[in-house]
Design a protein around this ligand. Structure first.
Ligand code: XMP
Length: 327
C-alpha cells in the first residue's frame, strides 16, 4: 500500500503474538502487492533494512534482491554479519559490493564535515544505482521507512529519505512493510522473523558510519584505529552487561598527535576518545559514568591492541552543549 498511514486505533505491538499477527498480515499484503515481480532493497545491516529484508525473504524469497554496499566505514564484523545472516542462513539473493576503495579515494583529503557527508551519501546512491542497472526486471524498491520518519518529515524536522534520491530514470513502486511501526515494534517483529538479537537491538549508528568518528580528512590508518578501538569498546560493554543498557557508545580518533613513550622510546601518536551516552530523544543526552575498573581495562586494551594510539580520553560532556557525534 503506497502512502499508508498508521491507523489511530492500532494496538502497539508489544508481545510476540501481536508481532506474529502483524507478520502474517504483512506477508499476505506483500504477496498481493508484488505478485511474481522482483523487489530491490539496499540492505545496510541496520535494524530497519534488516527487518524489511527478513520479512520480504519470508514473503517472496528469491524475488527479493538485496544489495549490501560496504562503503568501508562500517564497524568491524558488520559486512561479514550481513553475509552470514542473509546469504548463508536465510538464503537471500544478496549482491555484496565492496566499494571501500571508491569511497576512501573520493574522501581523501576532504576535511569539511558536510562535504564528507555529501560525498558518502552521493557515492552510496551512485553505487546502488549502478548495481540496480545491472539487474533485469526490477519493478519495486523496498525501504525501511518507519513511522517516526513520516512524522518527523511531516513536522519539518527531518527530510524523509524516501526513494533516496535515485536518478530520475529509475522509477520503482515503493514497498514499505514497516512504515507504520515504531522502532520498538520493528525490533520485536525482527526478533520474531529470526534475526539475531545483536542485529535487532543494536545501538544507533550514523549513515556516514565511522567517517564521522574519524574527524577531518579520513586516512586509512586512523580509520582502522577507530574501527579496532570501537570493536574493543563493544566487546567490553557486552562482557560487562552494558550492551542494550547504554544508548550509544563509540570511540573517536581525532586528527592530532601527542608525545608518548613505549618500550623506552618516544612515540608520537593519536589519542582515542571514548563516548558513552544515554538519552530518550537524542535532543538531550547524559553521560554514562563507567566504573574506574572498566575505564582502566579499556585504556589498557586500547593502548596495547590498537596501532597508532598512545593515549585514551573519556568524554564527560552532555548534550547540549556537545552533540553526540563529533562532526
Ligand atoms: P548528534 O551528533 O546530532 O546525533 O547529537 C544524534 C543522533 O543521530 C545520529 N547521527 C546520524 N545518523 N546520519 C544518521 O543516520 C547522520 O549523518 C547522523 N549524524 C548523527 C547519532 O549517531 C546520534 O544517535
Amino acid at each position: 500500500m503506497v502512502n499508508e498511514r498508521r491507523p489511530d486505533d492500532m494496538v502497539r505491538i508489544t508481545t510476540p503474538e501481536l508481532a506474529d499477527a502483524y507478520i502474517e498480515e504483512r506477508i499476505a499484503a506483500l504477496k498481493a502487492q508484488v505478485g511474481d515481480k522482483k523487489v530491490l532493497l539496499a540492505l545496510s545491516g541496520g535494524v530497519d533494512s534488516s527487518v524489511v529484508a527478513a520479512m520480504l525473504i519470508k514473503a517472496i524469497g528469491q524475488q527479493l534482491v538485496c544489495v549490501h554496499v560496504n562503503h568501508g566505514l562500517l564497524r568491524k564484523g558488520e559486512p561479514e554479519q550481513v553475509i552470514e545472516v542473509f546469504q548463508n542462513q536465510m538464503k537471500a539473493n544478496l549482491v555484496y559490493v565492496d566499494a571501500t576503495d571508491r569511497f576512501l579515494d573520493k574522501l581523501a583529503g576532504v576535511s569539511d564535515p558536510e562535504t564528507k557527508r555529501k560525498i558518502i551519501g552521493g557515492e552510496f546512491i551512485e553505487v546502488f544505482a549502478e548495481e540496480a542497472r545491472k539487474l533485469d526486471g526490477i519493478e519495486f524498491l523496498a525501504q525501511g521507512t518507519i513511522w517516526p520518519d513520516i512524522l518527523e518529515s511531516e513536522a519539518g524536522i527531518k527530510a524523509h529519505h524516501n526513494a533516496g534520491g535515485l536518478p530520475e530514470d529509475m522509477k520503482f513502486e515503493l514497498v514499505e512493510p514497516v512504515r507504520i511501526l515504531f522502532k520498538d515494534e520493528v525490533r520485536i517483529v525482527g526478533e520474531r522473523l529470526g534475526l539475531p538479537a545483536n542485529m535487532v537491538y543494536r545501538q544507533p549508528f550514523p549513515g556516514p558510519g565511522l567517517g564521522v568518528r574519524c574527524p577531518g580528512a579520513i586516512t586509512r590508518d586512523r580509520l582502522e584505529a577507530v574501527r579496532e578501538s570501537d570493536a574493543i569498546l563493544r566487546e567490553e560493554f557486552a562482557k560487562n552487561g552494558l550492551e542494550g543498557k547504554v544508548w550509544q557508545y563509540f570511540t573517536v580518533v581525532p586528527d592530532f598527535k601527542s608525545t608518548g613513550v613505549k618500550d623506552g622510546k618516544r612515540t608520537f601518536d593519536w589519542p582515542c576518545i571514548i563516548r558513552a551516552i544515554n538519552t530518550t530523544d537524542v535532543m538531550e543526552v547524559t553521560v554514562e559514568h563507567l566504573s574506574d575498573e572498566l575505564i582502566d581495562h579499556l585504556v589498557n586494551r586500547i593502548i596495547k591492541e590498537v596501532p597508532g594510539i598512545n593515549r585514551v580520553l573519556f568524554d564527560y560532556t552532555p548534550k547540549p552543549p556537545a552533540t553526540v557525534e563529533y562532526e
